[in-house]
Design a protein around this ligand. Structure first.
Ligand code: NAD
Ligand code: USQ
Length: 382
């Protein structure tokens, strides 16, 4: 099976491209490299020194003897996108290629517009390209658990059955996202759902939780294959940030009282979930939604876990409750369903002390690359 990984130079995409390539899928990477450009603009860097995409791809090909073609360009350039699809002819497209930071999308008008234009138009262009050129191709699109927000009822997988005035229907689950970035995912969801209905496209929306960890069997094989690990206040995500903060002796930055609860998964499960989705494609016209996470934690619980793991490594870890820069509920009900991927055979890697140790050790190894001025959040929602 041929798989095109859009966003294959990014955190989730790079790990996924190598994993699928190792499993024997014929993989190609498409990426505009715009994330490297945004990093430069914001003066931020990944903790880990990532090699230029051509070098990391070359190293993978050298080590494994597998070819990993590279298409550098923007999916909003329709002639580039169509030429790529016509040349590579994928059976599945895994779409990670979006601006994915909530704080980035809340910097100002320009960044909100950039986020929604890049993400919503990119996915719309992709839907047209699939419809016109590869109508049988399965689109596996990365959505987010943040599309649902924090409703006071259980969160289902994409749809909910409702009885109203004596009638019953199964409808898209209500969406209450918490940033212009998360909203871009909701807009994508509606566009994909509609395209499945009118054109018979087959699609799976993976509503992923917050990803943690950095090592996979493939990216750990050589220094040139190392994956990115963001720790700054814009692109760094909660648990990865806490581990890096602990390693360099910075107090953990818990926003508000830390009771806000989110879903999480190990990057090794991200790659496996994508494999499960492409191995059993959606039917023609089906818009399938999987909630892609393995556990849920409050931010406060995560900080306490990192503090405990740090102490066993001799690190003195302080926890700081700082003013929450976001507008989000802190004390709320949260219970989300994730049975679809488990039913397909996902065997989760649960967050363990050994994982925290390995993340902490990784962070200690590269601590000289940390720019401490980039740790505290600088973007306010208000
Ligand atoms: P990332 O920023 O590391 O990677 C995204 C990649 O997409 C980058 O290499 C970027 O250059 C590329 N890209 C962006 N816009 C593009 C365009 N228009 N054309 C071509 N390439 C483009 O992000 P990530 O953490 O790997 O996230 C990947 C996807 O997974 C995103 O859609 C994100 O919303 C989703 N997701 C991520 C997380 C997480 O915790 N990292 C959690 C849930 C969902
Ligand atoms: N948080 C802290 N301290 C920090 C960083 C974050 O308390 O230093 C809190 C935030 O206030 C929030 C929670 O941790 O309540 C999660 O924040 P995050 O930055 O880890 O994650 P988020 O902004 O939601 O975005 C990340 C990815 C995004 C993905 C999303 C999945 O960047 O691409 O869509 O996780 S989810 O959260 O399920 O929507």
């Amino acid at each position: 099976m041929k798989v095109l990984v859009i966003g294959g130079d990014g955190y989730c995409g790079w790990a996924t491209a190598l994993y699928l390539s190792e499993l024997g899928y014929e993989v190609a990477i498409l990426d505009s490299l715009v994330r490297r450009h945004w990093d430069a603009e914001l003066c931020i860097q990944t903790l880990t020194p990532i090699a230029p995409i051509q070098q990391r791809v070359g190293r993978w090909e050298e080590l494994t003897g597998k070819s990993l073609p590279l298409y550098i360009g923007d999916i909003n350039n329709y002639s580039f996108l169509s030429a790529t699809l016509q040349e590579f002819k994928p059976d599945s497209i895994v779409h990670f290629g979006e601006q994915r930071s909530a704080p980035f999308s809340m910097i100002d008008r320009e960044h909100a517009v950039l986020t929604q234009t890049n993400n919503v138009m990119g996915t719309l262009n992709l839907l047209y390209a699939i419809h016109e050129l590869l109508p049988d191709c399965h689109l596996v699109k990365l959505g987010t658990m943040g599309e649902y927000g924090t409703p006071n009822i259980d969160i289902e997988e994409g749809y909910i059955t409702i009885e109203h005035n004596g009638r019953k229907d199964t409808l898209p689950y209500p969406k209450q996202p918490g940033s212009f970035y998360h909203l871009s995912k909701v807009h994508d969801t509606h566009n994909i759902h509609f395209a499945c209905k009118v054109w018979g496209i087959r699609a799976t929306d993976l509503n992923q939780g917050v990803v943690y960890g950095v090592l996979t069997d493939q990216t750990g094989r050589d220094e040139l294959l190392i994956n990115r690990l963001d720790y700054d206040g814009i692109y760094g995500t909660a648990l990865n940030r806490f581990c890096i903060q602990a390693a360099i002796g910075h107090p953990l930055t818990v926003y508000g009282n830390g009771s806000q609860t989110r879903t999480f998964l190990d990057i090794r499960d991200t790659v496996r979930c994508v494999e499960l989705a492409i191995a059993t494609p959606a039917a023609k016209g089906e818009f399938r939604v999987f909630n892609q996470f393995t556990e849920q934690f409050s931010v406060k619980d995560l900080a306490l876990k990192v503090q405990k793991a740090g102490s066993t490594l001799g690190l003195k870890v302080e926890i700081n409750n700082i003013e929450n820069p976001r507008v989000e509920k802190e004390d709320h009900y949260f219970k989300a369903t994730n049975t679809n991927l488990l039913n397909l055979g996902l065997e989760p890697h649960f967050l363990s002390d050994s994982l925290l140790d390995s993340l902490l050790n990784f962070a200690v190894k590269y601590q000289d690359r940390v720019d401490r001025t980039q740790i505290l959040p600088k973007v306010s929602w208000r």
